[in-house]
Ligand binder design. Structure first.
Ligand code: NAD
Length: 512
């Protein structure tokens, strides 16, 4: 319709889009395959993109390597000023880009806009950071010597992103990498390339106005084949990859084999412990939003509730009632709570997990299923569901990227923490309790083993100011706030002798 066409044209999206961009230049090889991008909202084709060939990828890397030679010499606060302007431009495009995130990926319009807000926030954070890329000074053991450390730009940062946060996760990486003096090559998810094209246009207009060389921001369309080229490419010192644990293991092995650096942000299996000392209304809102928000397709989605046996039945009833109130439908309609899954493959995985859960002994207290009929023509809308399970079930140990919530009962806090930690993943975790001792035990060294541990907040919805990421099969990477910037730079220790002698370290004498 007209609105869609206007927004696409505002964001620079064509009917068929080129396979790669190094900034000003958008190009593709003659043999590039064309892929249609279909919205999970209504099953309509939005636009098409050409996928890059290895030759396209190579052109991009050559251009990026060239651009790095210039970009690394621009003072960091000046690079920060460019990122500040990107933030301003994102503010202007927030509504359009937020809408496209929602239409292409299927999350609610509020969440689509929220994702763009996260991009704006990380720009602001990066601007401040551009004047705070601090190293330390140390006292030398030798007289008239000075010792200090400094952080230098790394080079090309390869960014592989997932469909569920199609633009925010790229910005967490790119904005920090740019103030650090790196250049970025982005391979977005093949499921959500259009929002990536929109971002490249926004960035490019700022870069052009500031006469930044082509190649500082590059975009390469394609599927895992391009990701694999990047992971194996010695010209890319850091690969930041967000997605499934399966993908992370492959990327980590390839990057590790060449002793490159990888930053991995992989799957979660997040739990909320609901204690007998919990405020049940906080618990309910936190659990339901955490489980059904983004149709269960956040890495921090609440997948398990570990509930004290004394309040288990009461809470179960409240939960079933809350689920009966959920409105499932078009995410662009702000009255709806739950939108579609990304595609039919995701629906298939959801249905299979429900079957597996039943086969393994799970008992559904809120039934799932695929929705059909008016408004559900894309075939991607499913019912959020809730099952009573045991933590050790194979299906419970596994991340199904869909709104299936598992309930588990506990007696003692030790047992609850043990259950919470007894999964292969380690991203986000939470406890709802008004009991100080319980909260502190949960946050202690023998508490949650996750990268994120919250008290009286659910598992989903992190702020950009903290370092984001998780342990175990979540990959160990940290992005966004705190000192996450350090991974985008190389550290150098410098010792300067301003004496007229050459005293050696450790008092060694070497007389010629
Ligand atoms: P996915 O693993 O299918 O794809 C992610 C990206 O990796 C895509 O760009 C894809 O093309 C690429 N890719 C796939 N296999 C690859 C390979 N062997 N080598 C190189 N690149 C490869 O994931 P998805 O379905 O897009 O996203 C959902 C997953 O992402 C979930 O597991 C979710 O938990 C996770 N996720 C984690 C975080 C986090 O910060 N921890 C954030 C968002 C999503």
């Amino acid at each position: 319709d007209n609105k869609t066409q206007t927004i696409l044209s505002n964001l620079g999206i064509n009917e068929v889009n080129e396979a790669f961009s190094t900034g000003k230049t958008w190009d593709s090889a003659a043999e590039a395959a064309i892929h249609a991008i279909v919205s999970p909202v209504n099953g309509q084709k939005i636009a098409s993109v050409k996928f890059s060939t290895p030759a396209c990828y190579n052109k991009v890397i050559v251009k990026a390597a060239d651009a790095f030679k210039q970009w690394r010499t621009v003072p960091a606060p000046k690079r920060g000023d460019v990122v500040r302007q990107i933030g301003d431009s994102l503010r202007k495009h927030k509504d359009d880009l937020g809408w496209l995130v929602s239409y292409e990926m299927g999350k609610s319009l509020q969440e689509g806009r929220g994702e763009v807000q996260e991009m704006i926030d990380i720009c602001d954070f990066a601007v401040g950071l551009s004047r705070q890329l601090y190293g330390l000074t140390m006292h030398s053991e030798r007289p008239q010597h000075r010792m200090y450390e400094q952080y230098h730009p790394l080079g090309i940062v390869g960014i592989i992103s997932a469909f569920n946060f199609p633009v925010a996760v790229w910005s967490w990486n790119a904005m920090l990498a740019w103030v650090c003096g790196d250049v970025c090559v982005w391979k977005p998810s093949e499921k959500t390339p259009l929002t990536a094209i929109a971002c490249q246009h926004i960035v490019q207009s700022v870069f052009e106005a500031n006469e930044i060389p082509e190649g500082v921001s590059c975009l390469v369309m394609g599927d895992r084949a391009i990701g694999e080229l990047m992971a194996n490419d010695t010209r890319v010192p850091l690969v930041s990859a967000t997605g499934s644990t399966r993908m992370g293991k492959a990327v980590s092995a390839a990057v590790g084999a060449r002793l490159g650096k990888s930053l991995l942000e992989l799957g979660g299996n997040n739990a909320i412990i609901i204690s007998e000392h919990a405020d049940l209304s906080i618990a309910l809102t936190g659990a339901v939003f955490g489980a059904v928000g983004t149709a269960g397709q956040r890495c921090t989605t609440t997948r398990r509730l570990i509930i004290h046996q004394s309040i288990y039945d009461t809470f179960k009833q409240k939960l079933a009632h809350a689920y009966s109130q959920l409105r499932i439908g078009n995410p662009l309609d702000e009255r709806n709570h739950v939108g579609p899954l990304i595609d039919q493959d995701a629906v298939e995985a959801y249905l299979q997990s429900i079957d597996a859960c039943k086969a393994q002994g799970g008992k559904f207290i809120v039934e799932g299923g695929l929705l059909s009929g008016e408004g559900y023509e894309s075939g991607c809308y499913v019912k959020p569901c809730v099952a009573e399970v045991e933590n050790h079930f194979e299906i419970v140990q596994h991340e199904t990227f869909a709104p299936i919530l598992y309930l588990i009962k506990y007696n003692t806090l030790d047992e609850a923490i043990h259950l919470q930690n007894s999964v292969p993943q380690g991203l986000s975790s939470a406890i709802i309790t008004n009991h100080l001792r319980e909260a502190e035990a949960f946050l202690s060294a023998s508490g949650s083993d996750c990268g994120i541990a919250n008290v009286n907040i659910g598992t989903s919805g992190a702020e950009i100011g903290g370092a984001f990421g998780g342990e175990k099969e979540t990959g160990g990477g940290r992005e966004s706030g705190s000192d996450a910037w350090k991974v985008y730079m190389r550290r150098q220790t410098n010792t300067i002798n301003y004496s007229t002698n050459l005293p050696l370290a450790q008092g060694i004498q070497f007389n010629l």
